[in-house]
Design a protein around this ligand. Structure first.
Ligand code: G6P
Ligand code: MG
Length: 219
């Protein structure tokens, strides 16, 4: 039986994925090149430093570690400017309803995010107390697609991997869930999240019953 539901943050609970994209794009533009929304897909779920490396390679730039640290800090500053305007109104459609069903059913919840800003964001949207465990970028040594973040979430909620369902908007996050031996619900496009066991546009399109009767698919 399913015991725990593990949620990614950016793009699943709250639409900070767009803020990450805007901040990275601003940084790329300041260096003289651009990134598209399509390119941005591969950055979802990827840590700050790894994202920076991918973007710099895309722009054909090789920079010193000092310069890279400066750029990562600048991006985070721009990102936090966008985040600072967030309120509970930024919670994505269906999330609040879905959590009410989850709590009523007595299931455990964990956050599984690579972001070091996860607690700050949960505080801003008033959801800090909605999770039994919070695994974020400060608690892991390997980012997605490594399953570490979700395996820690499972352990903290005392669930086995096959008793967990992961909710993810990132290709890397779906891969992390499947590598961890968990069921994965994709939030987004089926054509992008091909490894997910089910893909929906948002949590508003899903009932808890559908999740609890989910069977793994091998695509
Ligand atoms: C999430 C987002 C990524 C972001 C990463 C690190 O996984 O999907 O786009 O790069 O967190 O976030 P941070 O807030 O620590 O820069
Ligand atoms: Mg995400």
């Amino acid at each position: 039986p399913i015991k725990a539901l593990l949620f990614d943050l950016d793009g699943v609970i709250v639409d900070t994925a767009i803020f990450h994209y805007q901040a990275w794009r601003r940084m790329a533009n300041s260096l003289g090149f651009d990134i598209t929304e399509e390119f941005n897909e591969q950055l979802k779920g990827i840590s700050r430093t790894e994202s920076l490396d991918i973007i710099l390679a895309h722009g054909g730039l090789v920079l010193s570690d000092e310069k890279k640290a400066e750029l990562a800090a600048q991006k985070n500053e721009w990102y936090l400017e966008l985040v600072s305007q967030m309120t509970p109104a930024n919670i994505l459609p269906g999330v609040t309803d879905f959590f009410a069903q989850v709590k009523a059913a007595g299931l455990k919840t964990a956050l599984g995010s690579v972001s070091k800003n996860a607690r700050l964001i949960l505080e801003r949207i008033g959801m800090l107390d909605d999770f039994d465990a919070i695994i974020d970028g400060t608690k892991i040594s390997r980012g997605k697609p490594d399953p570490e973040v979700f395996l820690k979430g499972a352990a903290e909620t005392k669930a086995q991997p096959d008793e967990c369902v992961v909710f993810e908007d990132a290709v890397a996050g779906i891969e992390a869930a499947k590598r961890g031996g968990m069921l994965a619900v994709g939030i987004g496009e089926p054509a992008v999240l091909t490894w997910a066991d089910l893909v929906v546009g948002s949590l508003a399109d899903l009932t808890l019953d559908e999740v609890l009767t989910l069977a793994p698919t091998h695509r």
